[in-house]
Design a protein around this ligand. Sequence first.
Ligand SMILES: [Zn+2]
Ligand SMILES: [Zn+2]
Length: 286
Amino acid sequence: MPHLAGIHIAGVSIAGLETCIDLPELRMAFDLGRAYDFALARPLLCFTHPHMDHIGAVGWHCSTRAMRKMPVPTYLVGHEWVAEFDAMMQAWRALDRSELPHRRIAIGPGEEHALQKDLLLRPFRSHHRAPCQGYGIWKRTHKLRPQYKELPEQEIAALRQSLRQSLGPERASETLLCAQEQLELAFTGDTRIDVLDSAPELRKARVLVMECSFLDDRVPVERAREMGHVHLDEIIARAEEFENEALLLTHFSERYSSAEIERLLERRLPEGLRQRVTPLVEGRRN
Ligand SMILES: [Zn+2]
Ligand SMILES: [Zn+2]
């Protein structure tokens, strides 16, 4: 899988069967519908919703990491289904006669989880048949406040030094710098296209990983919406809205072969969008 706007993204996603969006550099993945060796190396899994094709392999992930004496994994799950998630893991402990050690964090829109210093994970609401949330990865950068921008470097260094002495390091940098945030990557999970309205920041994410389950009239738009999914017609109708450097489309129905997906996107997407769109066709018949 290529780098999209400098971010390495891999994984597999086929509607109803399996989804795992892998971010090797961040050592994390979104969803785990099926057991993959590559996912074992990820200590952080962020789940969008509890459909089987997105969560089915969590027990395997947990128990195999424990068997291999790997560090305890962390699972992020939505508040709406955390009780059932815990009950499921509890049942598996009884069935498997094992501890299944894991750290479970319930999280939802309006909350955040720090990935690294200045790299934050924030859920947003998606619109599906089951309670679903996408995740945005936000990068925080610090810039000089406008009033200091014109100062020569030496003066800034001296100012920083004296502020540090009088205020301490933390308040000194607060005085000099202001924080800016950029949405580096967003993954929608399963959703209707309405997620672009409820989370308009997605249109400006550097990389948008969005589901697009249906590509032509074999499943009409209305049917796609009933099932809580995106249809390519809806992306085409809103093509102007996508300001992303790159879009990775995922979760195509298994009725489409990879060649068919490439052909339909090539033929149907408007020029300005087509060059920025990559389909995730891993693990699919040709
Ligand atoms: Zn799905
Ligand atoms: Zn689903």
